[in-house]
Design a binder for this molecule. Structure first.
Ligand SMILES: O=P(O)(O)OC[C@@H](O)[C@@H](O)c1c[nH]c2ccccc12
Length: 272
């Protein structure tokens, strides 16, 4: 069974917890250690954000993380290096996150070749519309890397059906419009979106955008197969870096404890 599918079949949990961190934030080595921490803390899959200078779908927290990483000299080749290092260390699912621009500059052929060689299981390209995804998916399929699509509450049924028909790995159900960033409440509309997508795919359906507290995780886990958290996790990292500028162990503790806090409702739901 492939690593993405396996992440959703852990008997002890109702839903998979999927943290997002920006690769190379705040440095290559620190970032590698932080990814290992969130996996050790219970993440079933991780989203590895490849920093980009114009992250149009990202809110201020992830924009700042991308900037820290780029200023530390991070680059797309280093993202494959980091992924390969993580692959040597874990069997967790590794999903790369990039935008259309860097993907086409590098070319899909080289990107998926290098992603596969590095041990990546999937790739998410949030600004690649389904109308233009066929040729990219053909390359991804050839390398056996899942091109994971996104749907949003504004996606009509026809579009949901079309995206689900082309989906690989899982379907990312964006909870609300706008950019990434913590929200006090995760929109209830995403529950309907997931219910609609269930009619068009048997792949796992994961919800992201705005998740920032255990009760968000618990309510999403009642109807979805995975919960994605990015900005809230990165903000705790930011706070730890501000409070303990040189203490990487403190940064690791900050992300580890937050992932455990978010994971707790999933374990409780499974009767752990
Ligand atoms: O940061 P949030 O609100 O927790 O949302 C997840 C998000 O970080 C991650 O999945 C992501 C990072 N960049 C994106 C761009 C588009 C869609 C999703 C993303």
């Amino acid at each position: 069974m492939d690593r993405i599918a396996r992440a959703f079949r852990r008997p002890e949990k109702r839903a998979a917890l999927i943290p997002f961190l920006t690769a190379g934030d705040p440095s290559f080595d620190a970032s590698f250690a932080l990814f290992r921490e969130v996996i050790a803390a219970g993440a079933d899959l991780v989203e590895i954000g490849i920093p980009y200078s114009d992250p149009l779908a990202d809110g201020p927290v992830i924009q700042a993380a991308s900037l820290r990483s780029l200023r530390a000299g991070f680059s797309l080749p280093k993202a494959f290096e980091l992924t390969a290092a993580l692959r040597r260390d874990t069997e967790a699912g590794l999903v790369l996150f990039t935008y259309v621009n860097p993907l086409f500059q590098y070319t899909p052929e080289r990107f998926f070749r290098d992603a596969k060689a590095a041990g990546a299981d999937g790739v998410i390209v949030p600004d690649l519309p389904v109308e233009e995804s066929d040729p990219v998916r053909a390359v991804a399929d050839r390398y056996g890397v899942a091109l994971i699509p996104l749907i949003a509450p504004t996606s009509g049924e026809e579009r949901v059906a079309r995206v689900c028909a082309a989906a690989r790995g899982f379907v990312y159900c964006v909870s609300s419009l706008g950019v990434t960033g913590e929200r006090a409440h995760v929109s209830a509309r995403v529950r309907e979106l997931v219910a609609m997508a269930r009619r068009y795919t048997s792949l796992p359906l994961c919800v992201g955008f705005g998740v920032s507290a255990p009760d968000h995780v618990q309510s999403i886990a009642e109807y979805a197969d995975g919960v994605i958290v990015g900005s809230a996790l990165i903000r705790r990292l930011e706070r730890a870096m501000a409070d303990w500028p040189e203490d990487e162990a403190a940064w690791a503790e900050a992300v580890r404890s937050f992932v455990r806090e978010l994971n707790f409702p999933l374990l409780r739901q499974a009767g752990m």
